[in-house]
Design a protein around this ligand. Sequence first.
Ligand SMILES: [Zn+2]
Length: 201
Amino acid sequence: MPPSDTSKRPTQAEAEQAVRTLLRWAGDNPDREGLHDTPARVARAYTDFFCGYEIDPAALLRRTFSEVEGYDEIVLLRDIRFESHCEHHLAPIIGRAHVAYLPRQRVVGISKLARVVDAYAKRLQIQERLTAQIANTINDELEPHGVAVIIESSHECMTTRGVHKPGVSMVTSTMLGVFRENSDTRRELMAMLNRPAACEF
Ligand SMILES: [Zn+2]
């Protein structure tokens, strides 16, 4: 995804004006007291919702550790909660990502995997691309034996509008390397994913 051309980026005042237009489009009066600061708040919220455009996900994975005592089994980080927005309706996508890789000598700090998830989630997304981007970035940077990314999420554009189907979750996965080619490795991953959590914090 090409980063946006910041030279053409609108000013905060232009962003606030656009929110005023949407408030009027919704049928309300942006000048009434309760809405007075809403355009500024929405503009600030957007910088939070979409902060992923400012982050280079690949750079997060450049610091690796090789003193792993020969560890050569699956590393799995599961239940990484994320918040994203669908690019079709700007509606929230709330979900959990499970990220696994089979290291080839080098491992990465586990918080970095969660940061890669956030760097792509905090952009306008569709879930299929989010899943593939996380997997491809880990694959390119760590060059492991394999990467697996599984995402389960709820799309508010489906629960609060359109077909109005709450309780529906969407599941996507990208399997690369041994996770794609070797059914034993994939089965081992699924067993790890289905194991009850050993600790709840
Ligand atoms: Zn949508």
